[in-house]
Design a protein around this ligand. Structure first.
Ligand code: MG
Length: 203
């Protein structure tokens, strides 16, 4: 399986990092070794001192597809979960300045905690879905899918031009504003609507 991710998909987050608003989705990948499942603890690595949380909805591909038409894209994912796109902001900043790839800054071990997946049919309106992140009990990030620059179907269609999508592939769909540093000892909790689906302790 592979993990595809979209950056800069919420205007309010683009603003907070002083990034440019993209004409097309900004795409990066994470290796499968980035996944952290079953609410496992995250151990802060020593090669960065500025990891940020980015809470994101994650959709799961349910069948193989290539050059998918946006009109049919909804048939290619049927589960959704919540994940964290942990980003080593110091390494990413260095890479941005030098024009280097984000592979390490975004793809290090444990940089993709994810929840269990739930059937999309559970939710009435995918275009109006709330999600959020609490850090030590306080809401730090809040998003709603209506605020995405590129919607799920557009994303699936766009990605499938370049990458054959396969069953089990995951797509991280971008973070809203409120990203910030994590520190050892914190508890992070991810919610879709009012349901807590993810909990990660920073060790
Ligand atoms: Mg992100």
């Amino acid at each position: 399986m592979k993990i595809l991710a979209i950056g800069r998909n919420y205007a309010d987050h683009i603003k907070e990092l002083n990034n440019e608003r993209p004409d097309q989705p900004v795409i990066f990948t994470k290796p499968d070794t980035a996944l952290l499942k079953k609410n496992a603890n995250f151990y802060y690595p020593d090669y960065t001192s500025d990891i940020h949380h980015e809470v994101e909805l994650v959709i799961r591909i349910c069948k193989v597809g290539k050059n998918i038409d946006e009109r049919f894209a909804h048939k290619y994912y049927d589960h959704i979960g919540i994940g964290l796109d942990f980003t080593a902001r110091d390494l990413q900043q260095h890479a941005k300045e030098k024009g280097l790839p984000w592979a390490i800054a975004k793809g290090f071990d444990g940089s993709a905690p994810i929840s269990e997946f739930v059937p999309i049919s559970k939710y009435n309106d995918l275009d109006d879905l709330n999600f959020s992140l609490k850090v030590d009990g306080e809401v730090k990030q809040k998003g709603n899918t209506s605020l995405m620059l590129f919607g799920f179907n557009y994303m699936v269609a766009y990605l499938s031009k370049f990458f054959t999508l396969k069953k089990g592939d995951l797509i991280f769909t971008g973070t809203p504003k409120g990203v910030g540093p994590i520190t050892i000892g914190q508890k992070l909790e991810g919610y879709i609507e009012d349901e807590k689906l993810l909990e990660v302790l920073i060790k």
